[in-house]
Structure formats: structure tokens, C-alpha cells
Design a protein around this ligand. Sequence first.
Ligand code: FPP
Length: 241
Amino acid sequence: MAKKEEIKKIPTHVGIIMDGNGRWAKKRLLPRAMGHSAGANNVEPTCKAAWDLGVKYLTVYAFSTENWTRSDDEVSTLMKLLKQYLEGCKEKCLKNNMRVRIIGDISRLSKDLQETIISLEEYSKQFDGLQFQVALNYGGRDEIIRATRKIAEECKEGKLSPADISEESFKNYLDTADIPDPDLLIRTSGELRISNFMLWQLAYTEMYFTDVYWPDFDKKELEKALEYYANRDRRYGGRKS
Ligand code: FPP
């Protein structure tokens, strides 16, 4: 039997706000685009590290509903990187037994990116290793509004009664319907905000903030975050988990 001190509480679902690409580049006198590119290259190693450490679900914030207000150049760099990543993703899924889902409103993305996403999600359904979510054109408020609209439509059509709307049923209209709420949220680069990320789902999530910029966030840093989580005494408004 394992010694007591070796038994660690591992979060089932980890969310990451991948922040600091721009500052990582600035520190090295490089263009911002290179920071984003280094950030994109850090996604696959993080998926592997998370799975190796026992994490079952990982969700990363890749592009928010607010990110459209960045310069055209920067938006197009980010879209290019996301497209590249998603196009090469089937191979990664097969190699790593990984399922990929996109959360967010994909209807504003280019038609070919939407097709890539639909095909990738369908293909990767078969894999039961890491369940990886990429938040793309995602905003927590937007997600709640889209869920509310679906509910209102069903009420209007007589399929649902307002009295049946509960926390449990509301959850099923969110982009994360089949996904457990995150146990741990990590934000890199020293900012202490959740920036419209999974507003509903983060209700009881432990938060871990680190000064490390996203491109430098490696397995060792993930281990530190998991160590922090393992030492937390989780409480749900008085009810222990
Ligand atoms: C924040 O850095 C990061 C983003 C706005 C985007 C995150 C995107 C990636 C890591 C690349 C693409 C993702 C995938 C899944 C392939 P920032 O620009 O706000 O950094 P700063 O605050 O230092 O300026």
C-alpha cells in the first residue's frame, strides 16, 4: 500500500487562463506574435503533463469574446495559430488518446475553421484519455446568455416549463454540459482576474495564480499548482467535498 504522504488529491478538471504571451515576447525583445507562437507550442506538452499527472479534463482559454478588440494583426495571428493547431489535432488525438471539444460560440469563426472543428470533435469522440476543451470565441456571460436563449425557446415551444429550470437542468444548456466543473483554475502571468472564463462553472473552484508567463509554464509549474490544490481543504459552503 502507498504511504499516506504519497496519496495526493488530484483535480479531475483543471482550467487554465494562458496569460502572458505578450510580456514573454517583450522581455526577449521579440514581436508579440512570437509570444503567441511560443504559447501555442506549449499547449501539447501541457496536455501530456496534465494527463501524466492524473488530470482527466483540461480546459484552456485560447480566445475570448473580448479578444476581437485587439488589433487586426494580432487577431489574425491568433486565428492562424488556432487553425494550425486544430488542423494538426487529429494526429495528436490519435497519438495521445485525447478527445477535443471547443467551448464558445463558433458561429463567428470562418467557415473553414468551423468545419475543421466539427470534423475534429466528431473524430476525437472515440478517445477516452485526456478530455481537452479549447475555449474559442468564448465568454462566460455569452455562454450563459446562449443557454438562456435555448431555454426560452424551449419554454416558448412548450417543451419546457419555467418551474423545471434548476441549477441541475441549467447546466445542461451550457457548452460544458457533459463536463464536470473545474476543481482547479490556474492563471499565469500574475494577473488576479477570471476575465469572463467559465463564470457558472467556477462557483466552487480553487484558484491558483502564478507569475510565470504562459510560454514558460511547464510540467514543474503544473506540479506546483497541483501541490497547492492537494493541500487545500475543499469546502462547498460548509459542505465538505
Ligand atoms: C494572453 O496573452 C493569451 C491570449 C490572449 C491567447 C492565448 C493563446 C495561445 C496560447 C495561442 C493559441 C492557442 C492554442 C490552443 C493553439 P497576452 O497576449 O494577453 O499576454 P500579455 O498580457 O502579456 O500581453
